[in-house]
Design a binder for this molecule. Structure first.
Ligand code: SF4
Length: 181
């Protein structure tokens, strides 16, 4: 049996979607028997590889690094899943959009609201610049499957992955599987 190459990516999100992935509990053992985890915050792999079968992308596109890697991810992945409400709509990550850009956001967070050490972090090459506007993943690259939820429950994640393991498309329907929040 060919093992499916699975990746998970953490972009502009809180990692709650990845925590929910860990809630798959004992099914993770079944999953591990059927996939190779080729890139993930759970694994120390530095470069997004070629030939990924399925990738779960958590988070919105909020900074330059996200923008760069999402193009690479799309190019190197067969099935891209928008994983969680931040990836699907912008959600919490996009709450800063009404502030009107990166600079007012940084000013508010690091100067106006800071009690101590008011300064905007600046480390070129280490801290990627914020984009002026946070956008969901499908604003930048085509998405194959949307998995809403903040976070999507382990039940939903399994409902999306299990058919893909059999080479089938998941049918995510009904309140249990496609409700936001
Ligand atoms: Fe966190 Fe919710 Fe966004 Fe997932 S969808 S990254 S849990 S805020």
């Amino acid at each position: 049996m060919t093992r499916l190459k699975l990746a998970t990516v953490w972009l502009g999100g809180c990692s709650g979607c990845h925590m929910s992935f860990l809630d798959l509990d004992e099914w993770l053992i079944d999953l591990a028997a059927q996939v190779d985890l080729v890139f993930s915050p759970f694994a120390d792999i530095k470069e997004y590889p070629e030939g990924v079968d399925v990738v779960l992308v958590e988070g919105a596109i909020a900074n330059q690094e996200h923008l760069d890697i999402i193009h690479l991810i799309r190019q190197r992945s067969k099935t891209l899943i928008s994983f969680g409400d931040c990836a699907v709509t912008g959600n919490v990550t996009a709450l800063r959009n009404p502030l009107g850009g990166a600079e007012p956001t940084l000013q508010l967070a690091y100067i106006q609201q800071a009690d101590l050490n008011q300064q905007i972090p600046h480390a070129p090459g280490i801290i990627p610049p914020l984009l002026d506007r946070v956008v969901p993943v499908h604003y930048i690259v085509p998405v194959d499957i949307y998995l809403p939820g903040c976070p999507p429950s382990a039940y939903r994640i399994r409902a999306a992955l299990e058919p893909l393991l059999k080479g089938e498309n998941p049918h995510l329907e009904g309140r249990d599987l496609i409700k936001f929040g």
